[in-house]
Each structure stands twice: as structure tokens, then as C-alpha cells.
Design a protein around this ligand. Structure first.
Ligand code: NAD
Length: 432
């Protein structure tokens, strides 16, 4: 028998090459800093750095004009230590395995931070959702769901809405999965329409949660939503709810933008009117309710609180040097690149990290999943109270840990989460 050296088992290149993407490298860098803070052992670092499972699928879909187009989709599960995995499905033109790997890791930290029994996952289809008709979107979603049948399941991996997906896509996914396994399996996705076992609170939970966390942080700083000014990039599932909620609490929304354009008014925008206009015109391009701005300008508008609520990697060092606010609340996942993080800190601008700020959505999803398991509906008020309570407790813990360890809020949040997952991993041990 020939001796096997350790290199025989190692694929060429460094670990993590398969997942190469700027966002994945940023996620690994953040994990490394949190691990240093915790003085984490090498074994735990190695186990947490790479996703446990990933699936890439290429599948054909017949378009409305009869042409067959092959789409690429991904699903990545970061850790299986904490229970089933949980995370959104997105439709995006440049989606990659590396982006899904990074976002899956972020989901692990988010669920651990707020104490949910899940590991992180993420996936989606590489496509331009704006170019798909409703029928095409349905066929893409259903075919993708059937491709994922071996990987997802109510106690395995539970998708949810993310960028450019929502209740309708979750309904199609649920139906396609149920057809494949022969019975209804409502727990396979969350973020479903209420008629199919969704919960009303899930629709707005991410945005409402962002405001809940922002309010708790402002209160800690001796300030309040009422009387503060806010600039928001992204006007979709999350950004729109954030804007509406802030305004209803007396906040002044001074800038709003989506991918096509935006508006600015230092005296405060009429969010309701802008939402109506956006719905009617399919976005904020040429919106007449304020001075026109683009989505980058929304990030550099003078305000008290900046809320990136669109996509990842928007706050680059260049943008961060022009930001004019005292607080950033990350409603989007991964909106700040590591270099920009350091620059913001040097400028005295504090950042509420994504894993805390936007955790309201996955907390509501957990309620939806538990409700389906119990087959007994919960009332909306109980769900809303429990989401708020979990977020306030996590915010207080992050602020306290940051002060104790003299680190920023991102490192405090990641430190709490990584510690929890690493401890669980050590307790479960290594199979066999
Ligand atoms: P969405 O598709 O409903 O909205 C996205 C918004 O961002 C749209 O207004 C779009 O025009 C804008 N946008 C897209 N690309 C842009 C670009 N290049 N520049 C500027 N704006 C751009 O998505 P969403 O569900 O609101 O998600 C927004 C962010 O929040 C994402 O990072 C997502 O991962 C995160 N998030 C969402 C949820 C949820 O429950 N939907 C939960 C947690 C985190």
C-alpha cells in the first residue's frame, strides 16, 4: 500500500479557493478577527471557515418566446452544527458561489447572535429578475426548487425571501417541493403568503426590526428616532418598511434611492407619496418628490443615521470617506467592505452590523416555522413582541460586550456568535 501524505488529500490552491469572491474574503477576514478576539483554537477556526455543503445547478427553462435558456443556481449551507440551516434565496445578475458562501456564513452568525436553533445558508439563481415575465419567474422558481429537493427540507434547510424574491416565489417553491415529495410541506420555506401558513409579521419584520435596533442604539446614545434624520439606500422589501416606520415614529427621512434613482429633501420626504409613486412607476427613477439623486449620493447625504438597505459592498473606502452621518445601521447584508469599516471607525462613525440590524426577518421566520410545526397559529401581537424582545436583548448584549472588550459593535456581535457556534461544535465533537 502506498503511504498517503496529507498533500495527497488537498486540492490545489488554498482552502476557500472554491468560494473566491470579495464578499467571502471579507467574511473570512471578519471571522479571523472575531476568532483572534476569542483566542479561538485552530480546529474551530478551520471548521468554521469553509461552508459544509454547496450545490451548483444548471437547469433549462423555456421562456415565453419558446427559447430555452440555461440558468445557474446555488445553495450553500455554512454549518450543520446548530440545527437545520436557514437563509434566503435571491435572484441577482452577478450571483456567484462565493457570494452565497459569504452570505451563508453571515446567516450563521445572525441566527447564533439572536439565539435561534439554525445554521446559516444562502442561495439563489443568477438572472436579471427585471427581464423575466411573471410566468418565466414562476418556471425558474419551480425548476430551481425541484433541483434543490435533495438539499432542502423542513428539518434540513429552510429558504426564505431575499433580494428580488418574496411571498409569491416562496409559494411556488413550497408547491414545487411538496409536489416532489408527495405531500404538503409548509415548513420547507418561510416568508409564505398568510393564506399558506405565513405570518403577517414576516412581511415587515426585517424593516421593523432594523428600526427597533436603530431606536435602541439611539436611545443608548441619548438620542431618539424622533427628531433624527435618516438617509436610506434601497427601497425594496426592507428599505421601504424602514422608511415608512421611521417616518411614523417622527424620524425625518431626507434621502431615498433605489437602483434606478432617488430623491433628497433636507426638510424631510413624504415616504407614503414616494412609495405610491414607486409602485405605480416600478421604481424611483424620475420621482418628482424631491431633488433627484442617484443611489451613491444617498450614501453621502448629510444625515444623523445612514441605512444601507440595498445590496452588499456599497460602502467602499472611497464612499466611506465621503459619508456624512454619525451612525450607520446595516439593513442590507454585507454593505460595508472591511477597509471602509476601519475608515468609518477612524472618523468616529459607529456601525450597527448587519447580523444584528436585520435579524428581525429570521426571527419572524423562526416563528412561522414553529407555528407550522405546532399546527397552531400565534397571534400577531405575541409574535411582534417576541421579535422586539429578542432584538433589544441582542442589542444590549452587543453594546455591553463591545464596552467590556473595547471593540466595535461588529466585532462584539461576531464574537458572541462565533463563540456560541464554536462551543456547540466542540460539544458535538468530530464524527466518527
Ligand atoms: P429587494 O429586492 O426587495 O430590494 C432591493 C432594493 O435595492 C431595491 O430598491 C433595488 O432597487 C435596490 N438595489 C438593487 N441593486 C442596487 C444597486 N446596485 N445600487 C443601489 N440600489 C440597488 O431586496 P430586500 O429584500 O429589500 O433586501 C435588501 C437587503 O436586505 C439585501 O442585502 C438582503 O440580503 C437584506 N435582507 C433582506 C431580508 C428580507 O427579509 N427580505 C432579511 C435580511 C436581510
Amino acid at each position: 500500500m502506498t503511504a498517503v501524505t496529507s498533500t495527497s488529500w488537498t486540492a490545489p490552491g488554498d482552502p476557500g479557493d472554491e468560494w473566491h469572491s470579495p464578499l467571502y474574503h471579507a467574511a473570512v477576514e471578519q471571522l479571523g478577527r472575531a476568532a483572534d478576539l476569542l483566542d479561538l483554537d485552530d480546529e474551530s477556526r478551520a471548521r468554521l471557515r469553509e461552508p459544509r455543503r454547496s450545490l451548483t445547478v444548471n437547469f433549462p427553462v423555456r421562456m415565453d418566446d419558446g427559447e430555452v435558456v440555461v440558468f445557474t443556481g446555488y445553495r450553500v449551507q455554512h454549518t450543520l452544527t446548530m440545527g437545520p440551516t436557514k437563509g434566503g434565496l435571491r435572484f441577482a445578475p452577478h450571483l456567484s458561489l462565493g457570494e452565497c458562501a459569504a452570505l451563508a456564513m453571515l446567516m450563521t452568525w445572525k441566527t447564533a447572535l439572536v439565539g435561534l436553533p439554525y445554521g446559516g445558508a444562502k442561495g439563489g439563481v443568477r438572472c436579471d429578475p427585471g427581464l423575466l415575465s411573471d410566468h418565466e419567474r414562476e418556471r425558474v422558481t419551480r425548476r430551481f426548487a425541484s433541483e434543490l429537493v435533495p438539499m432542502v427540507g423542513p428539518d434540513q434547510d429552510i429558504p426564505a425571501p431575499d433580494v428580488a424574491t418574496g411571498e409569491q416565489e416562496m409559494a411556488w417553491f413550497y408547491d414545487a417541493y411538496s409536489q416532489a415529495i408527495g405531500h404538503a410541506a409548509p415548513r420547507v420555506v418561510t416568508g409564505k403568503p398568510v393564506e399558506l401558513g405565513g405570518i403577517a409579521a414576516r412581511r415587515e419584520a426585517t424593516g421593523v426590526g432594523v428600526v427597533e435596533v436603530a431606536a435602541a442604539v439611539l436611545e443608548h446614545q441619548g438620542k431618539a428616532v424622533e427628531g433624527s434624520s435618516f438617509a436610506i439606500q434601497g427601497f425594496g422589501n426592507v428599505g421601504r418598511v424602514v422608511a415608512e416606520r421611521l417616518q411614523s415614529l417622527g424620524g425625518r427621512v431626507v434621502a431615498l434611492a433605489d437602483v434606478g434613482g432617488g430623491v433628497h429633501d433636507p426638510a424631510g420626504l413624504d415616504v407614503g407619496a414616494i412609495a405610491g409613486w414607486s409602485e405605480e412607476h416600478g421604481g424611483l427613477r424620475d420621482c418628482p418628490f424631491g431633488r433627484p439623486i442617484d443611489s451613491r449620493q444617498a450614501l453621502t447625504t448629510e444625515c444623523d443615521v445612514l441605512v444601507p438597505a440595498a445590496i452588499e459592498r456599497q460602502l467602499t473606502p472611497e464612499v466611506a470617506s465621503e459619508v456624512r452621518c454619525s451612525l450607520v445601521v446595516e439593513a442590507a447584508n454585507g454593505p460595508t467592505v472591511p477597509g471602509a469599516d476601519r475608515l468609518l471607525a477612524a472618523r468616529g462613525i459607529q456601525v450597527v452590523p448587519d447580523v444584528l440590524a436585520n435579524a428581525g426577518g429570521v426571527i419572524a421566520s423562526h416563528h412561522e416555522w414553529v407555528q407550522a410545526r405546532q399546527r397552531a397559529p400565534w397571534d400577531d401581537r405575541t409574535v411582534a413582541e417576541q421579535i422586539g424582545a429578542r432584538l433589544r436583548a441582542a442589542t444590549a448584549r452587543v453594546i455591553e460586550t463591545a464596552a467590556e472588550r473595547n471593540v466595535d459593535w461588529r466585532m462584539a456581535a461576531l464574537g458572541i456568535a462565533v463563540d456560541r457556534v464554536a462551543r456547540a461544535g466542540r460539544l458535538r465533537g468530530v464524527f466518527p
